[in-house]
Write a protein that binds this ligand. Structure first.
Ligand code: LLP
Length: 431
């Protein structure tokens, strides 16, 4: 199976984290999102342990909560001792609601409003990752009013191509994110930040892109960022405490995706960074990484019920399910690859090639095209694997479809951690 938390039991049903997925569908209904909590914790521990070993004390991962944000996930991250990356006041609110210690949080985004800044300051945000000049001066103004000195990082664009989908690359010079090093604007910006009395510039952040299996792009970005740190030291005499390298490594969605050895890649990155620092004669900053996908993706699975199998003679077959782009827009947006299985007949040969179609009133509402699957019949449960990242967090109520629940599986117990939305929830803000 694609990941070690998947198996088939003697009833021929797909199991996930040791649970019979078909029985869970009977208990909770579909669409249903499952979260293997042990896997989330294990994935976090890989980064926690390996980063500490490779980079030393003070270097740690921050969970990129844009990949999956609900109250309980922040509790898990807090228990494991990682930090968080948040990108909106809503994520901040959810983290605060969960009792997450916000001194270990980094507030991202290319347009933080005055209200966002005020709210984050009132909650005691650890770091703003400052994206532009307007934001810098607003943080300075509000911090001065409170007689407070706020820690920040500056978001830079190192100009590195991560070889991933165009819509999820972020580190190139022409980007809505960050300040370009190449154009000389970044070094000038540092001068402005250093002259703010109520801002403490702790370091720099970059993020080259998501779902990257190429650790070389992290090294390239790190090398550019470290040279920049040397330039700052030469020009302003300012040391840098933190270098935040952004998101984590890629994840296997389908069998053809490569395996990635994260501990090995972290060690390799650390060796490169140490060598670079020695060459540049600078102290090694504390390193932060912000994995999202590689923490939660393989800890998630979505189950649907098949409604129909339609074969258009001479064309192809469609398997229609009771969810779709409203709970998982990733195929519609990025043509993302997914593995789809008939969870009710997981021991049967994949004898049908089909397009898996959602229930939205839109032809582009597909979950995957051309998948081989054991021929389903109405009522069979259809599993889409590796849906823990950027599925629930990107879900919508398109076509007034209620969002599915999330059921956590942990130590043999299944527990609802996010309730299924009701029809009443759909109209609760309508006046
Ligand atoms: N840090 C920053 C500043 C980011 O922008 C991101 C992702 C991450 C960390 C986490 O990256 P990860 O470890 O998850 O690769 N919706 C898209 C992904 C967009 C990612 C945006 N930023 C998708 O479904 O593939």
């Amino acid at each position: 199976m694609l990941h070690t938390n998947l198996d088939v039991n003697n009833q021929g049903h797909l199991t996930f984290a040791g649970f019979d997925t078909v029985s869970l569908c009977e208990k909770y209904g579909t669409p249903l999102m499952l979260l293997d909590e042990e896997r989330v914790r294990a994935n976090l521990r890989i980064y926690l342990t390996e980063m500490k070993k490779a980079f030393g004390e003070g270097s740690f991962p921050c969970f990129a909560s844009k990949s999956l944000s609900f109250t309980d996930i922040y509790r898990i991250v807090k228990e494991e001792g990682a930090g968080i990356d948040i990108v909106s006041p809503g994520e901040l609110y959810t983290a605060a609601h969960a009792g997450f210690p916000l001194e270990k949080s980094f507030f991202h985004g290319n347009n933080k409003t005055d209200e966002d800044i005020a709210y984050a300051l009132s909650e005691g945000i650890g770091y703003f990752v400052v994206d532009n000049e307007e934001e810098l001066y607003e943080i300075e103004r509000q911090s001065a009013e409170k007689n407070h000195v706020q820690n920040i990082l500056i978001r830079l664009s190192p100009g590195v191509d991560p070889h991933t989908h165009e819509k999820i690359t972020t580190g190139q010079v022409d980007s809505k994110f960050g300040i370009a090093i190449e154009t000389g604007q970044a070094i000038e910006f540092v001068g402005k930040a250093l002259s703010c009395k109520h801002i403490k510039l702790m370091g720099y952040h970059c993020h080259v892109g998501s779902q990257s299996f190429d650790s070389k792009c992290f090294m390239d970005a790190a090398a550019i960022m470290l040279s920049f740190i040397r330039e700052v030291l030469d020009k302003y005499g300012a040391e840098t405490e933190i270098l935040n390298l952004g998101g984590g490594f890629g994840v296997r969605y389908v069998d053809s995706d490569p395996h990635i050895d994260i501990p090995f890649n972290i060690r390799l990155l650390a060796e490169n960074i140490k060598a670079c620092c020695a060459d540049l004669k600078i102290l090694m900053p504390k390193i932060i990484m912000e994995p999202g996908r590689s923490i939660v993706a393989d800890a998630g699975l979505t189950l649907y019920t098949c409604g129909s199998v339609k074969t258009i003679t001479g064309y192809k077959s469609y398997v229609s399910i009771d969810g779709g782009m409203a709970d998982n827009p990733r195929y519609a947006l990025y043509s993302s690859a997914y593995t789809v299985l008939n969870a009710s007949k997981a021991d049967k040969p994949a004898d049908l090639v089909a397009t898996i179609a959602g229930r939205c009133c839109e032809s582009g509402d597909l979950i995957q095209e051309g998948v081989s699957i054991a021929r389903p019949e109405r009522g069979d449960k259809i599993a889409v694997l590796v849906t823990g990242a950027y599925n629930y967090s990107m879900a919508s109520n398109y076509n007034r479809l209620p969002r599915p629940p999330i059921v956590s599986l942990y130590k043999g117990t299944d527990r609802v951690v996010v309730k299924r939305e009701s029809f009443a929830d759909l109209v609760k803000n309508d006046l």
